[in-house]
Design a protein around this ligand. Structure first.
Ligand SMILES: NC(=O)c1ccc[n+]([C@@H]2O[C@H](COP(=O)([O-])OP(=O)(O)OC[C@H]3O[C@@H](n4cnc5c(N)ncnc54)[C@H](OP(=O)(O)O)[C@@H]3O)[C@@H](O)[C@H]2O)c1
Length: 243
């Protein structure tokens, strides 16, 4: 039987690379992002696998889940990868500290990066349970230490997502559903700020950026049966930046 995965934020960066790895490994991947399907996404069945949705709109999560459900032939979701995330910046790319972050910015970041994840999992739990599925949340090194470019709402959202991962692992483990997180450091994508290269030279023991493929392979590992006894973990993918 084909394993189905739902992956949010698949249109570029880490999500895009993860679709490619999962497909290579024989998974059928349903993708979600705000943009409509792009012709640049040339993986098999890309067009018919894409669902356009805005995760900042919490009232639309139920409709998104209904759409996903309608596309699962056996009613089973073997993996849910919560990868979509936003890290807004101030004027000229400035870090959004406490004084720069207003209520709207807080809501937007928390809704996309944290609250939508919980609501989506809540909706799709029956399908995850039916498959003995795996949830993978994409957190960040900014969730556990002050980061020079990531803002306060982003950091808090990722710390919250790490906590939510533990809650999922505790609550859904008895149902046979695992939940883990991967925490990237500086990965080569459009989310990075100018100045990252200097930071990498100073603070990353491996002295280089990570690649999206390296992150994608770890996500695949956590989706697959190879990680069958791993539950509630947060795996650092940062070249040793956290030590
Ligand atoms: N790159 C890094 O170095 C790094 C480091 C630590 C953590 N991370 C985390 O890794 C994840 C992926 O990062 P990335 O660098 O690959 O980011 P990215 O290139 O900016 O891609 C973000 C993805 O999320 C989607 N997205 C954004 N807002 C959305 C919304 N409201 N509803 C639905 N989809 C939405 C985007 O698609 P649309 O624009 O079409 O909606 C896009 O596919 C994020 O959670 C990020 O916080 C990245």
């Amino acid at each position: 039987m084909t394993n189905f995965c739902l992956l949010t934020g698949a249109s570029r960066g880490i999500g895009h690379a993860t679709v490619k790895v999962l497909q290579r490994e024989g998974w059928r991947v349903l993708t979600v992002s705000r943009q409509p399907f792009s012709d640049e996404c040339r993986w098999p069945m890309a067009r018919e696998s894409h669902i356009q949705a805005d995760l900042s709109d919490l009232s639309s999560i139920k409709a998104l889940a209904d759409e996903v459900r309608s596309r699962l032939p056996e009613g089973q979701l073997a993996a849910l990868v919560n990868n979509a995330g936003i890290s807004p910046k101030g004027p000229n790319g400035a870090r959004m500290g406490v004084s720069m972050t207003d209520a709207d910015a807080w809501s937007q970041v928390l809704n996309v990066n944290l609250v939508s994840v919980s609501l989506l999992v809540r909706e799709l739990l029956p399908e995850l349970k039916a498959a003995g599925g795996s949830i993978v949340n994409v957190t960040s090194i900014a969730g556990s230490r002050v980061h020079p470019f990531a803002g306060v709402a982003y950091a808090a959202s990722k710390a919250g997502l790490a906590a939510l991962t533990r809650e999922f692992a505790h609550e859904f483990g008895p149902l046979g559903v695992r939940a883990n997180a991967i925490s990237p450091g500086e990965i080569s994508t459009s989310i990075l700020s100018p100045g990252t290269d200097d930071m990498v030279k100073k603070y990353v023991p491996l002295r280089r950026l990570g690649t999206t493929e390296e992150v994608a392979k770890t996500i695949h590992f956590l989706c697959s049966g190879e990680s069958a006894y791993i539950n509630g973990a947060e795996i650092h993918i940062n070249g040793g930046q956290h030590v």
